[in-house]
Design a protein around this ligand. Structure first.
Ligand code: XUL
Length: 582
């Protein structure tokens, strides 16, 4: 594609597990170029497999591989004759939770990128810049002991979730750092600075140390979201294990940067201007985590929900409600002040549905399954099923199947059955119960769209840690818009059923998102640059709603209020059914 010599471009990086992608957009928010470096294939000397080293429970990534990948991706841009000098701003998306350990020499080596430069990045930033050559990866699950320690120091998983947005998780950076302190004391001692992957990447671009970005910092189990500072108790606990060295607060470079108004973290380092002819005035804006960048790739506003229907189901939503649970995650929003991103991950998604599909047909076709899901004459109105071939996170239970009948007037479970009439019932019931579970979990994070109905005030439901809540708290909440992504979003029946159950007030959309993380980075760069240079005074969400290429989305349907109300009646039975699970 020829690139206009008058156009202005914005880059969004995506440093994910298996590849580094760099996407370019123009001022019309259209993608104009993309290049990718696949780690295993293009940097084989690191001998990574799917971008990581696996050693039992320990999973980590070579940091120098990422540094070489940055050069490679820009070489590809130069080869494609992309006018890098016309790039005004860069931001990006990075795998969450990973941590990079800089040595005492690291900062000075990094700052050399600001001098007149040639050669390659690795000539400047070699292994001596890092006290640990690898960064723990989000798939690591070796920190069970540390998770228990951090939870108990604040009073348990619920308390840690209230403080930091999540209970302790193996992959979260706090437990990972604590493990380094406890098991690699010498390495920790030699570490001058610890970064998340997001501020590591921003630092390389700027040729100087850049602070933590707030939203991605919520993936550490260390950042106290309500008081918007790193939690003293947790930091002191980690410090108490590290015999009198610099405190962790200092090693992290102080408090994360809040997102109040967009602020560049620096200009592109001279190295990139000399070697790749990037404009030395190009601004670098804070990079964030990949899920956070994903919500920035769409015009999501408060009460909007993104549902990824993949092997697992992931729900991301934008909210002004800080409501925590040990079963899901809250992060601050990277670009909308005083807003949050909720993230709910289910294990049982497509594979569970496929098992039911295979009972109806043996050629992997969805025709009969979909027909049953949308068949209004198929009466399943007093049936509910749990289909968890895998252990589930929400609710937190082992693999199980349970099918019940309930009394439609009281919601009480009347009997457990081994099977419904036939597998068509299972097809309809599995999609309904998956959607209903999403509805039950997102409700506390949404704003009410009507007054709580008095008739629902006397009934109560319990979902996970929200115990005995009046049903009326659930039946007055509806999302504004729902955006469906992922493999199963192409399936009309599944999406339409989810739309019926969730009841979005302003419609349901779907889209293909091969680039969502990098695109989120592009949009953050573009809006931030426009805001800083006073070409817009619109907040991020309004800017994106106004300028978004809406024709790239497929409008699926409006949700019908009457259908949504029908599912109000299934919340009590679902709550009762979940109470029966082990
Ligand atoms: C989120 C998580 C993953 C990684 C993938 O908590 O662990 O989505 O961010 O890169």
């Amino acid at each position: 594609m020829p690139f206009a010599s008058t156009d202005t471009y914005y880059l969004g990086l995506d440093l994910s597990t298996q590849q580094l992608k760099c996407l370019a957009i123009n001022q019309a928010l259209q993608i104009v170029h993309s290049e990718t470096v696949e780690f295993d294939k293009e940097l084989p000397h690191y001998e990574s497999r799917k971008g990581v080293y696996v050693n039992g429970d320990v999973i980590d990534c070579p940091v120098l591989m990422w540094i070489e990948a940055i050069d490679l991706v820009f070489k590809k841009y130069v080869k494609a004759q992309f006018p890098l000098s016309q790039v005004h701003a860069i931001s990006g998306s990075c795998q969450q939770h990973g941590s990079v350990y800089w040595s005492e020499e690291g900062e000075a080596l990094l700052e050399k990128l600001q001098d007149k430069s040639s050669g390659s990045l690795i000539d400047h930033l070699d292994s001596s810049a890092f006290s640990r050559q690898t960064a723990p990866n989000w798939q690591d699950h070796s920190t069970g002991a540390q998770c228990k320690e951090l939870e108990s120091i604040v009073g348990g998983p619920g308390k840690l979730a209230e403080l930091t947005g999540s209970r302790a998780h193996f992959r979260f950076t706090g437990p990972q750092i604590l493990k380094v302190v406890e098991t690699e004391g010498a390495t920790y001692k030699k570490t001058a600075r610890i970064m998340l992957v997001s501020n590591f990447l921003a630092s390389v671009f700027c040729g100087k140390f850049v602070g933590l970005e707030e939203a991605d910092s919520c993936g550490m189990n260390l950042y106290d979201i309500p008081s918007r500072k790193l939690n003293d108790k947790l930091l002191q606990f980690i410090d108490s294990k590290s015999d009198g060295q610099d405190g962790l607060l200092q090693k992290l470079g102080g408090e994360p940067m809040e997102c109040k108004t967009p602020t560049p973290v620096g200009k592109i380092a001279r190295y990139f201007a000399d070697v790749y002819k990037l404009n030395p005035e190009c601004s670098i804006f804070p990079m964030t985590g990949d899920n956070l960048a994903t919500i920035c790739s769409l015009p999501l506003q408060s009460n909007d929900v993104l549902i990824s229907l993949g092997t697992s189901t992931t729900v991301l939503l934008v909210t002004d409600q800080y409501h925590t649970s040990p079963n899901y995650h809250m992060f601050t929003h990277p670009t909308i002040p005083d807003h949050y991103m909720g993230m709910i991950c289910y294990c049982n998604g497509s594979l569970a549905r496929e098992k039911v599909r295979d009972q109806l047909e043996n050629d992997k076709s969805w025709t009969k399954f979909n027909d049953a899901v949308m068949d209004d004459s198929l009466d399943t109105s007093d049936e509910l099923g749990i289909y968890f071939p895998f252990g589930e996170i929400v609710p937190s239970v082992s693999a199980t199947y349970k099918k019940v009948k309930f009394d439609k007037s009281t919601g009480q479970i009347t009997s457990t059955v081994s099977n419904f009439d036939n597998a068509r019932h299972d097809a309809k019931n599995i999609v309904e119960s998956q959607a209903l579970s999403c509805r039950a979990r997102i409700s506390p994070l949404l704003n009410a769209v009507s007054d709580p109905s008095p008739k629902d005030k006397n009934l109560t439901v319990t979902f996970d840690y929200d115990t005995n809540v009046p049903l009326s708290e659930y039946t007055c909440k509806r999302p504004k818009r729902v955006f469906f992504v992922g493999g199963a979003s192409k399936n009309d029946a599944i999406v339409k059923k989810f739309a019926q159950v969730l009841g979005a007030t302003e419609g349901n959309y779907r889209l293909d998102t091969p680039n969502s993380c990098a695109l989120g980075g592009c949009f953050i760069a573009m809006w931030s640059d426009a805001f800083v240079s006073k070409r817009t005074n619109l907040p991020f969400d309004q800017f994106l709603n106004k300028n978004f290429p809406w024709d790239s989305l497929d409008f699926v349907c409006q949700s019908q209020t009457a259908q949504w109300e029908n599912y109000n009646k299934m919340l009590v039975p679902l709550s009762r059914l979940e109470a029966m699970l082990d």
